[in-house]
Design a protein around this ligand. Structure first.
Ligand code: ADP
Ligand code: MG
Ligand code: ZN
Length: 477
């Protein structure tokens, strides 16, 4: 029996506005608990929320970038439930008239084909406070600094057919959100969170299976692995003719298993009703158009342009446009150095591995585009070899000195002076008289060995092309 996997993702994104969604409190992360609160975000009776314009504009930006339609009449609703981190006993959210709906995001799916993931809605809501389970005597503490922070909820249709595609969607989504500069998109700090809904069904079956909601994954890889685990768990239940319970399960990253948290059998009833303190509103089309015009060039468009303008491969362009800063770096280099494929290779090879090694972003790299261009030019003109360039690059990043400066300072430059190479060659050939004899008797591989010996003698600094040429001349005498 073969099965299909059905996944729908809900991403919560904290917007990096200066103040909270419905009051003037600061959103700065990491301040003293409960120092950024007021009657509105503490839910005092009689306090009145006012929508933060910046939060609204950020939300529209995201909605448009995800190809969503903006609702003609936008309304906020109260989602009622009781929890100690929710002082009002309701969350201001959006129910039947959300900010936006019917968008999509294109990804490269698991078989490397383009797939369109439908986005159901992007709506604006507020965050709850944060419980800290570190009080004395088994008590818990609550920090309301997060209460009322603006959150976007980005919900896909049950449209994703594998954990790999869910992962590809999240990577692509994060890349777009970073381009828009509306959030830190930092899963570790909780500014980006993902709940994953998953069900399985027999191939060909039209109805969706019972879904399980997975929470508590704090990396994208965690989401993927949790989903992979859950696919297996659900299929084995179905195989043994047991029911999949509709429930919320938590991912335990240490044990790599999902654990039942709460049953969702009784559909939650949040008693949504319109938020009476925020009137429904219409957004002028011209405002929307202005925001649309202000969107930056997004990764996909940028990638197409880089392929067309600079002749790099689609794959390379995809990697280089995954972050706007990487693409900017590439374009700055492309202005200074003509062979763009070479730039792409260096960026995706040595530079990226240096970034990973040091756990830094390209903005923090102490080798600037003019430095890289200078380095590549020194290779072209034979001042240094490609191999030397690699170590110069690493040293430039380590020390912050420019590559040209480093090469000059260390007299690293390649030996291209024929007389000097002849001199070294003479010494090597005398020492390797036997190999020379072998070569003359027809052992062609001896040639490479001799080149290697000369390179070794010069610590890799001899220009290999000249060594080859001179050695050939000498052995054929
Ligand atoms: P809820 O009211 O439980 O939040 P929604 O309809 O809002 O349900 O859907 C929440 C998420 O679950 C969406 O991303 C949706 O695509 C996904 N989803 C809904 N049904 C299924 C299913 N049977 N299998 C997998 N995902 C599903
Ligand atoms: Mg939901
Ligand atoms: Zn407040």
């Amino acid at each position: 029996m073969s099965y299909e996997t059905v996944i729908g993702l809900e991403v919560h994104l904290q917007l990096k506005t200066a103040t909270k969604a419905f009051c003037g409190c600061s959103t700065t992360f990491g301040r003293k608990p409960n120092s950024q609160t007021c009657p509105v975000c503490l839910g005092f009776p009689g306090s009145m929320p006012v929508l933060n314009e910046e939060a609204f504009l950020f939300a529209v930006k995201v909605a448009l970038a995800l190809n969503c339609k903006i609702q003609d009449l936008i309304k906020f609703d109260r989602k009622n439930y009781y929890y100690p981190d929710l002082p009002k006993n309701f969350q201001i959210s959006q129910y039947d008239m959300p900010l936006s709906y019917s968008g999509f995001l294109d990804i490269f799916g698991r078989d490397n084909t383009k797939k369109r993931i439908e986005i159901k809605r992007v709506h604006l809501e507020e965050d709850a406070g944060k419980l800290i389970h570190q009080g004395c005597d088994n008590s818990s503490l609550v920090d309301f600094n997060r209460s009322g922070m603006p959150l976007l909820e980005i919900v896909t249709e049950p449209d994703i057919d594998s954990p790999q595609d869910a992962y590809a969607y999240l990577i692509k989504l994060k890349s777009i959100l970073e381009y828009l500069k509306v959030s830190d998109c930092d899963m570790e700090k909780g500014s980006l969170r993902c709940d994953a809904n998953i069900s399985v069904r027999k191939s060909g079956e039209r109805n969706l299976g019972t879904k399980v909601e997975l929470k508590n994954m704090n990396t994208f890889k965690g989401v993927r692995v949790a989903l992979e685990y859950e696919v297996k768990r659900q299929i084995s239940l179905v195989e043994s003719k047991e029911n999949v319970a509709q429930e919320t399960r938590l991912w335990d990253a240490q044990k790599e298993v999902t654990i039942s948290m709460r049953s969702k059998e009784e559909a939650e009833d949040y008693r949504y009703f319109p938020e009476p303190d925020l009137v429904p509103f219409v957004v002028d089309k011209s405002v929307i158009e202005k925001i649309r015009q202000s969107l930056p060039e997004l990764p996909e468009a940028k990638s197409l342009r880089l392929v067309k303008e600079f002749g790099i491969s689609e794959y390379d362009a995809g990697v280089l446009t995954s972050q706007q800063e990487l693409a900017d770096y590439f374009e700055a280099c492309a202005k200074l150095y003509p062979d763009r494929k070479v730039i792409a290779n260096w960026m995706m090879g040595d530079i990226m591995s240096q970034l990973n090694l040091r756990n830094i972003s390209i903005n923090e790299l102490r080798l600037f585009p003019d430095g890289l261009a200078g380095l590549l030019k020194m290779v072209d003109t034979g001042i240094i070899s490609g191999k030397m360039a690699k170590s110069v690059l690493a040293e430039a990043i380590e020390t912050g000195f420019g590559p040209e400066e480093l090469v000059k300072k260390k007299a690293l430059s390649q030996i291209s002076d024929a007389a000097k190479i002849e001199e070294i060659m003479k010494v090597v050939l005398e020492r390797e008289a036997k190999t020379v004899k072998d070569y003359k008797l027809g052992k062609k591989t001896a040639f490479t060995f001799l080149v290697g010996q000369i390179m070794k003698e010069t610590k890799g600094r001899a220009n290999p092309a000249i060594v080859n040429e001179l050695l050939k001349k000498r052995l054929e005498q």
